[in-house]
Write a protein that binds this ligand. Structure first.
Ligand SMILES: Cc1cc2nc3c(=O)[nH]c(=O)nc-3n(C[C@H](O)[C@H](O)[C@H](O)COP(=O)(O)OP(=O)(O)OC[C@H]3O[C@@H](n4cnc5c(N)ncnc54)[C@H](O)[C@@H]3O)c2cc1C
Length: 400
């Protein structure tokens, strides 16, 4: 996407480490606001976890007010971004349907629905099996019902990153790809420069947007940031004529996500599966995903493919003869409490972290970029920032 020979500037107002969805959307928002932005990306733009995202921005799967509010605000900002960039990335409010195949799953969806209404998400409707099949005819007869959220959206992650990179460059941002951050120079409580594989750049502000690699970037400044990888395997099918609009979500997804992302109060299991299904504009279906603690291992597994296919066919037997084109995996950057860290560093205010978005990085990218800009221009919503501060983890875990 970008030449590795992009010249490294001598100085920048802000050095963003990582050209994933968080780094690239932030680069656009900051450059547009007039800051001299440098993005340092050790591979290519969008090549980290962003390249594995399943293309959904979901509201009705959020189990806390804090995450729902963030996702809701982010979707509104995404509408603006889509308009500002003249529709240069695939994005639409295609809706989502959460589907149940058993009575227990239907009860879970009813409870979830009541909770969402209490948290202020309007427009989510409970459907019986017949109504669910009217919304998504691809569903099997065994689907008992579900919940439909019309505002939920579909976003093409690589499109979004490419559009933001191009627009950020038009506002003067520099993207140094195939360039690795190797050190951060600090004097007292101030950052003075960053060292990269392509040279040294003077800067007083570093944004850590390095996804699952964020702890290593933080370590360069002597900081501990609690982010760890949660592996997710996905499948891509051959192209088919349009058969569905919006995201289909298995009720099992709610359990899998809540357990794995620390929301259920129970311990993270080694592995769980809860699928989502989208059909992208080109006609391929994307089936996501497993949740597994497997370190930095990104290999697809037989068990992963088997479990995804099994759950898919439970919901949509009509896809039984479809060909799989590809299996792949990505690493969700997760924090111990499942919420992101969008925060300055205590004792080193020039270092800002925008990390730990788990399975919601696409959905939360637009609001994150605005919050980072708010921190840099002293115009941030302080109550909102307090919810996502690094300090919520113990001082020994997370300070300079
Ligand atoms: C299976 C799966 C499905 C998902 N589905 C969805 C979905 O449907 N919707 C949604 O909202 N989210 C989804 N997500 C989550 C989403 O993909 C992530 O939250 C998001 O991509 C994180 O973006 P990021 O910019 O923080 O990290 P990344 O995209 O990983 O970017 C970080 C970048 O930092 C670079 N980097 C690291 N260290 C250095 C260094 N020292 N020097 C220079 N560069 C460095 C890396 O090369 C990388 O490109 C999914 C994730 C997975 C795994």
């Amino acid at each position: 996407m970008n030449s590795p020979l992009d010249a490294l500037p001598n100085a920048a107002d802000v050095a963003i480490i990582g050209g994933g969805v968080i780094g690239s959307v932030s680069a656009y928002v900051l450059a547009k606001a007039g800051l001299k932005v440098l993005v340092i990306e050790r591979q290519d733009i969008g090549s980290g976890t962003t390249s594995a995202a399943a293309a959904a921005a979901l509201l009705q799967t959020k189990t806390s007010i804090k995450k729902l509010a963030l996702a809701n605000q982010s979707l509104k900002l995404m509408d603006n971004l889509h308009e500002q960039l003249e529709g240069r990335f695939e994005f639409a409010h295609t809706g989502s349907l959460l589907a149940a195949c058993t009575d227990d799953e239907m009860q879970l969806i009813r409870d979830m629905n009541a909770n969402l209404t209490d948290m202020g998400l309007e427009d989510v409707q409970l459907l019986d099996g017949w109504q669910a099949r009217q919304v998504m005819p691809i569903l099997g007869e065994n689907v008992l019902g579900g919940s439909y959220s019309p505002k939920d959206a579909q976003i093409n992650p690589l499109d979004l990153v490419a559009a933001c990179t191009q627009a950020a460059k038009a506002h003067g941002a520099i993207f140094s790809t195939f360039t690795e951050l190797q050190g951060i120079e600090i004097l007292g409580d101030k950052i003075v420069a960053v060292q990269t594989s392509a040279g040294r750049v003077l800067t007083e502000t570093v944004i850590n947007a390095a996804g699952v690699w964020a702890p290593r970037v933080a370590e360069m400044a002597g900081i501990t940031v609690p982010v760890f990888p949660l592996k997710g395997e996905l499948l891509v099918t051959e192209r088919m004529p349009p058969q569905m609009r919006g995201t289909l979500i298995a009720a099992k997804y709610l359990l899998s996500k809540a357990r794995a992302e620390g929301e259920s109060g129970s311990e993270t299991p080694k592995r769980s599966v809860g699928i989502t299904l989208v059909q992208v504009a080109h006609g391929n279906f994307i089936v996501g995903s497993t949740r597994e603690l497997a370190g930095y291992d990104r290999r697809s597994t037989y068990e992963g493919i088997h479990d995804l296919v099994h759950q898919l066919l439970d919901l949509t037997p009509k896809l039984a003869n479809i060909h799989l084109l590809r299996a792949y995996a990505g690493l969700r950057p997760l924090t111990p409490d499942g919420s992101p860290i969008i925060s300055r560093t205590p004792g080193l205010p020039g270092m800002i972290h925008a990390v730990g978005f788990g399975g919601d990085g696409l959905a939360m990218s637009a609001i994150t970029a605005e919050m980072v800009l708010g921190m840099l221009t002293d115009s941030a919503d302080k109550a909102l920032l307090a919810e996502f501060a690094l300090e919520r983890f113990t001082t020994s875990e997370a300070t300079h």
